[in-house]
Ligand binder design. Structure first.
Ligand code: ADP
Length: 461
């Protein structure tokens, strides 16, 4: 059975000459026998030509599909050159596509993984609309993306970017839903003010917060040191001037001066400890430490202060507490600061307890040791608890100074515990007492440790 292309080509080739012969036959111009021979000849020629042409076209199609020059043996004139040109064009396009597809996939992966938010803004009806955004933008701004463009700073930057040759940069602050500091860059994708614009938003909230904290810290530290220094200078002047020769006043003033100098020394020592701990915070400690030995040692140092405050210390140490991986010096400092606070801010004549629990427990499902330092003092009002680990934050400045506080003790605790990948929690009830809880893992993991220090607020009664 001849195939459909063969029949089609045969009919197309043979139809017109056959019709012409039939017309000549009907009009009697051609002898009937000659007409029949003509018709048979036309049929044979068109069927032969149809076969050859259909075979060549099928081979042509295969050559194009495979884009291979192997099957180029055409009888039909001109088909060879046509196939050759088509295959060359196809090969060039295919090579281009082979280069473009991986490049496009890499570009897409880059946009998908870009940590900063990226938007494409097209001009529609005179206004800019967000027509595309990457996953970071989706995560950071969700459905608010269009509302973002109403920010006056961004609106002005968009107008400027439509005219400017260079990318336009602007820093903006968002108040809601959470306060954020953002750096925006607007890049025009092509020439002309109506060309698409790309908006890249980088969140600088953390960096700006750290900058502010650093500035506050320098201001606070110099203020904390300036106060005793001013007092010292004042007393020196008094001793050299009006009080010169007054032995009684001199003794009294020298006593105050020694206290002030002592305070400055404590602040400087605490600042140095804090910066040393912060410098190594990313590096978990390596030593094997017996927490029982650390706690016994701290209790020993604190004996004079306990006596002065008439405070009783109850240290409960279960047998067989395992050693943990830590920094003995830093852990000594942690528990010295906590015990010092418990005695200083605890009740005169009261009791301070140190309790240790081996975890996992229901609250802390990881292997570690939980150490609670509990006092029965005045306690801390709920609103102060989340801020206690800030440098120089004190609930009652006057009281902290009278008891010799620097306002840095709990900041040191927080950073040292964080270096041990542990947790620090404060639970307190006013007029009942305070429980400072330190949880330390037995072996702090370098990568997936608990780097956050949690503050828990509990109010009893
Ligand atoms: P300071 O050197 O002033 O004691 P800290 O950083 O150790 O500084 O503590 C910060 C503040 O937290 C203290 O000024 C005090 O107001 C409060 N505080 C700390 N521990 C206790 C506690 N056990 N009971 C009551 N208040 C406490």
């Amino acid at each position: 059975m001849p195939s459909r292309p063969v029949i089609t080509i045969t009919v197309w080739l043979g139809a017109i000459p056959a019709l012409a012969i039939v017309a000549l036959l009907v009009s009697g111009v051609v002898h009937p026998r000659l007409g029949v021979i003509g018709l048979i000849g036309t049929a044979l020629w068109s069927a032969g030509a149809g076969l050859i042409l259909a075979r060549d076209l099928a081979a042509f199609r295969r050559s194009i599909e495979d884009a291979s020059l192997d099957q180029l043996h055409f009888i039909t004139p001109g088909l060879n050159t046509l196939a050759l040109n088509a295959i060359r064009a196809i090969t060039v396009e295919r090579d281009k596509l082979n280069r473009l597809v991986p490049a496009a996939a890499a570009n897409q992966a880059l946009l998908d993984r870009l940590p900063d938010a990226l938007f494409r803004l097209d001009r529609e009806g005179g206004a800019r609309r967000v027509v595309w955004q990457n996953p970071s933008a989706e995560g950071a701004f969700g459905a608010d993306a269009q509302a973002l463009l109403r920010h006056p700073g961004l609106r002005a930057a968009i107008v400027e970017a439509e005219m400017a040759e260079q990318p336009v940069r602007v820093s903006i602050g968002l108040a809601a839903p959470v306060p954020r500091d953002l750096d925006a860059v607007l890049i025009r994708a092509a020439d002309g003010p109506g060309a698409p614009l790309f908006l890249l938003l980088s969140d600088r909230t953390r960096e700006r917060g750290l900058d502010r904290m650093r500035q506050d810290f320098v201001a606070n530290a110099s203020h904390e040191l300036r106060t005793p220094l001013t007092s010292l200078i004042g007393f020196i002047e008094t001793l050299r001037g009006p009080a010169a020769g007054d032995a009684e006043a001199s003794q009294q003033f020298l006593g105050i001066m020694a206290e002030q100098a002592d305070r400055m020394q404590r602040i400087i020592a605490d600042l140095l400890s804090l910066s040393r701990i912060e410098m190594m915070e990313h590096q978990p400690p390596e030593q094997r430490v017996s927490i029982a030995r650390v706690l016994k040692e701290v209790a020993g140092f604190m004996a004079p202060l306990l006596d002065r405050q008439e405070t009783r210390l109850e240290l409960a140490l279960p047998d067989g507490l395992p050693d943990l991986r830590g920094d003995a010096g830093q852990l000594t400092q942690v528990f010295t600061n906590l015990l010092d606070n418990a005695i200083k801010y605890g009740k005169r004549g009261g009791t301070v307890k140190i309790e240790t629990t081996l975890t996992p427990t229901e609250q802390l499902p990881l292997p570690g040791i939980l150490i609670d330092v509990i006092d029965d003092g005045l306690g801390i009002a709920r609103e102060h608890i989340p801020r206690l680990t800030e440098r120089f934050y004190r609930v009652d400045k006057g009281r902290s100074r009278t008891v010799g506080g620097t306002g840095l003790g709990l900041a040191i605790v927080k950073h040292a515990v964080s270096r041990h990948r542990g947790r620090f929690m404060i639970e307190s009830s006013e007029n009942i007492g305070t429980k400072c809880r330190v949880w330390l893992p037995l072996a702090p993991e370098a990568e997936k440790g608990l780097t956050d220090t949690q503050m828990m607020v509990t109010r009893k009664g």
